[in-house]
Design a protein around this ligand. Structure first.
Ligand code: FES
Length: 118
């Protein structure tokens, strides 16, 4: 078991609009559900979709004005940084994501920081 990184294509760049978010369910042998946001200006962010409080599934439709709210106990997260507004020591788990040409690519590792394949 190593921490080798491989990149997988999530979707096309235009499949995720500016200020939009999308949930990618684990598939293809992946371990995690991943939330991806495209910020104002186009920067991408990817986070584990399990809430760091008690593991509820975070959903992109629960994001408003850059704040993502967990439906279960209403912790709030800053989509740009992954920081938790209510409990700062419990941020979202972030993953590497980037645009390559017209594709959105997510870095997967198989080690301790393992990420889902979408
Ligand atoms: S599980 Fe998300 S705030 Fe409790």
């Amino acid at each position: 078991m190593g921490d080798e990184k491989r990149w997988v294509r999530l979707c096309g760049l235009f499949d995720l609009p500016i200020r939009g978010g999308r949930l990618f369910k684990a598939a293809g042998g992946g371990k995690r559900d991943v939330l991806v946001f495209r910020l104002e200006g186009g920067a991408l962010r990817a986070y584990d979709a399990a809430c760091p409080h008690a593991g509820a599934l975070l959903r992109p439709e629960n994001e408003m004005s850059g704040t993502l709210i967990c439906f279960l106990h209403h912790w709030r997260f800053d989509v740009a940084t992954g920081g938790c507004v209510d409990v700062p020591q419990r941020p979202l788990v972030a993953y590497e994501v980037e645009a390559r040409g017209m594709d959105i690519m997510l870095a997967l590792t198989d080690g301790a920081g393992g990420v889902a394949a979408p």
